[in-house]
Design a protein around this ligand. Structure first.
Ligand code: ADP
Ligand code: MG
Length: 704
């Protein structure tokens, strides 16, 4: 570390660093008062202000004099306020009108029913107004134009094409913000040194840093802006991908127990499996086994559509670990799912001596302490549970494997928490929410991937129906018919607080209505996340046993729940769910020999909302749906904003910038392969950027 910090100091010349660290109040035109406001925006130094990119741009590319105005075009006009008039104040209609003059004529701008606008204008002010003008008699008029207040000297400025728009705080005007940034750009834009080696700049035709800084704040035209933006997006994604690649490299250096699935072990485990594996399952098992046989930790993502049979792959891996006398842990996002996995394990292991237990958050302390003690003493072979498994006080004796089911529900950071001192466990994560490739690369770029491509033989796709309000009675009739045939059903409704003023059925309401209405004749149960652990367990057990015919639930059953006699899924308020989520829910049915049915009931929704639901009922391909959801709603819905645990991207947009992400990733991998610790002085600035941004989140330590 000693040598490292020296070399990075050498490569990051002191004067650049020092100059950019100049406190904001010492920057020309800022001053004490505004510095205070800027600090509220987390802008403390000249460098902060320089890299505080506009959040948007005002397009003023068509600026003309009043004499040159034309109807029907969006045009900007610069001038001086000659008169401010208000009429009809008080009740009823009011009108604020100003006259704006330039050297070629006058223009009237009007605002109806916004009496407060009058206070914003005074004679002699300089303004830039943007709107589509209309000619009324001899007079040009703009109705409700966009207003930019200008300083006197700006009146004579070169026409500005794209005006930057910055995030503000109360008391700070856009005008002053622009002036301060302008001053900083003028004085400091050539201070920060290029982070990219010249070779990369030319290969990807990236604007050099100083140029890009000028252009991102004050673009000459759209082209200059695009090119500046492209450079910063590439930089952001590249730094992220460096971090991901380096983490991957670091994990390769960790040691792990060699858990070879010898022919004997393999045969013994396969004998336990209750069915013929699909080709994909077999391939995935081979990949997992090959990884576990090595002395460095497996780091594998197993993805496969709902119902493709991921659990069995996980169980195979758990049993390999146990065969070697290691402990194994299986983490699931809900207690319901953890218990279900325990049940599956129990049924496979009827005749064996494997010791396992379920550890959850809601457990009584005595019971929990007892379990922890057994885990530490090595008296348990397999521990299944929720994130309770990764609490500080859980100490395994010799953990050889960790399986995380439904990875998308956990954060990347939680992985680090399961690390052990001596050797690291092998690591298998599973997801049934197919992760669009862009996101796998971005957030899980340090994982190898196995994919289950087909469903077990004989499985039929779930028949999906979009049910409008006027066809609901028919749908419920259909549900009753299936129930009378002996099948079971789910009804999922959003969990809505009474306080939340939305016209969607809450799960409690839905339960009320159904048990007194459409499903009156059947045994129904209610399940939601706020019930106690014991209540949930009882309800699930009753549903498994068929004592409950209809389970009315929130999305707590979204992941993993596997009751093969349940064949009908009804989702009410479907427009409130993401497509990937709907697909998960649909995956609860059609898991056995009986065909599955899914009815999505929609209420009032926008056209776009409707379009999504239609796409859903027309496709059974989870991967395609996840991509579509990602396109229509962005990544936020797949990965609840903070769930992945990485700092948010500032300028890149994973959706819009997919191609750059690919390039950045390829290039980052090459760079890391050539210089794994980023020790070369040409890479020092990239290295320090990466550490500042991702060092902690990705647990990169000191790198190298
Ligand atoms: P998921 O990938 O959604 O986690 P599961 O592992 O829960 O899927 O498997 C779904 C259902 O399919 C389970 O009931 C499981 O027992 C069954 N199953 C898994 N693999 C096979 C197979 N090869 N043949 C028949 N049934 C299978
Ligand atoms: Mg599963």
């Amino acid at each position: 570390m000693q040598a490292d910090s020296e070399s990075s100091v050498r490569a990051e010349p002191r004067d650049a660093k020092r100059l950019l660290a100049v406190p904001i109040e010492s920057v020309r035109v800022v001053g004490e008062r505004r510095a205070r406001l800027l600090r509220r925006l987390e802008l403390r130094t000249a460098g902060d202000l320089l890299f505080n990119f506009p959040r948007d741009y005002q397009d003023l590319s068509d600026e003309r004099t009043i004499a040159e105005l034309e109807e029907g075009e969006l045009i900007s006009v610069r001038g001086t306020v000659a008169e401010v008039a208000t009429s009809g104040s008080g009740f009823g209609k009011s009108r604020v009108a100003i006259l704006l003059a330039d050297e070629t004529g006058q223009l009237r701008a009007t605002w109806f029913n916004q009496p407060f606008m009058a206070k914003r204008f005074s004679e002699g002010q300089h303004l830039l107004l943007t709107a589509k003008p209309k000619q009324r008699g001899m007079m040009w008029e703009m109705s409700h134009p966009q207003v930019t207040w200008l300083a006197a000297e700006e009146l004579a400025d070169e026409p500005r094409k794209l005006l930057p728009v910055y995030s503000l705080t109360e008391g700070l005007s856009q005008y002053h913000m622009r002036r301060m940034v302008e001053a900083v750009v003028e004085e400091f834009a050539d201070v920060p040194e290029e982070v990219f080696p010249q070779s990369l700049l030319s290969k990807y035709q990236l604007s050099p840093l100083t140029q890009a800084l000028h252009d991102i704040h004050h673009p000459e035209d759209q082209e200059a802006l695009d090119s500046a933006r492209r450079r910063f997006v590439f930089q952001e994604l590249f730094v992220l991908q460096l971090a991901v690649s380096i983490r991957r490299g670091q994990q390769r250096e960790l040691s792990a127990p060699e858990l070879l699935a010898s022919a004997k072990i393999d045969a013994r485990i396969r004998r336990l499996l209750p069915f013929e594996l699909t080709a994909s399952q077999d391939a995935a098992i081979r990949e997992v086994a090959a990884d576990m046989a090595l002395d460095r930790p497996m780091n594998r993502l197993l993805q496969g559509d709902v119902g493709s049979g991921k659990t069995i792959v996980a169980l195979y891996a758990l049993l390999v670990a146990v065969a070697h006398g290691c402990q194994a842990a299986l983490m699931a996002p809900t207690e319901i799912l953890a218990r279900q996995h325990a049940k599956t394990l129990a049924s496979l292991l009827e005749a064996s001596r494997v010791r396992f237990a379920v550890l959850t958050g809601g457990m009584p302390k005595r019971e929990r302490d007892d379990l922890l003690q057994k885990i530490t003493a090595g008296e348990l072979d397999v521990v299944l549970g929720t994130h309770a498994i990764i609490q500080e006080d859980v100490r395994f004796k010799n953990l050889g494997l960790v399986v995380v089911d439904e990875q998308h529900k956990f954060g990347v950071r939680q992985r680090a928490a399961l690390r052990q001192e001596e050797h690291s466990p092998h690591y298998l994560v599973m997801t049934a929410t197919p992760i669009p490739r862009t996101l796998t690369m971005t957030l899980f770029g340090d994982l190898d991937v196995s994919t289950l491509r087909e469903l077990p033989a004989g499985r039929q796709p779930v028949n999906t129906y979009l049910i409008e309000a006027d066809r609901q009675a028919t749908w419920w009739q259909f549900v009753r018919d299936r129930l009378r045939e002996g099948r079971q059903a789910y009804v999922v409704a959003p969990l809505v607080d009474e306080s939340e003023n939305i016209a969607a059925p809450s799960v409690a309401q839905a339960f009320e209505q159904l048990t007194n209405g459409e499903l009156e004749a059947f045994r129904t149960g209610l399940l939601h996340g706020r019930m106690s652990s014991a209540e949930k367990q009882q309800t699930m057990a009753d549903f498994h046993a068929g004592k409950i015919q209809v389970l009315v639930s929130t999305t707590v059953i979204e992941v993993g729940v596997d009751v093969s006699n349940a064949t009908v899924m009804t989702v009410s308020g479907a427009e409130r769910f993401g497509l990937a989520q709907l697909h998960q829910l649909r995956g609860r049915v059609g898991r056995g020999k009986h065909p599955g049915f899914c009815g999505v009931l929609i209420g009032e929704t926008s056209d776009r909302g409707r379009e999504r639901i239609e796409a859903f009922s027309n496709s059974t391909d989870g991967f395609a749906l996840a991509e579509l959801d990602f396109e229509m709603r962005g990544p936020g819905d797949l990965f609840g904003t903070q769930q992945h645990g990485l700092p948010p991207l500032r300028i890149a947009d994973l959706q819009r910038d997919r191609e750059l992400l690919e390039e950045a990733r390829r290039e980052a991998q090459l760079l890391v392969a050539a210089d794994p610790g980023l020790k070369h002085e040409n890479h020092a600035r990239l290295r320090s950027q990466m550490l500042i941004r991702y060092g902690k989140a990705l647990d990169l330590g000191d790198v190298g």
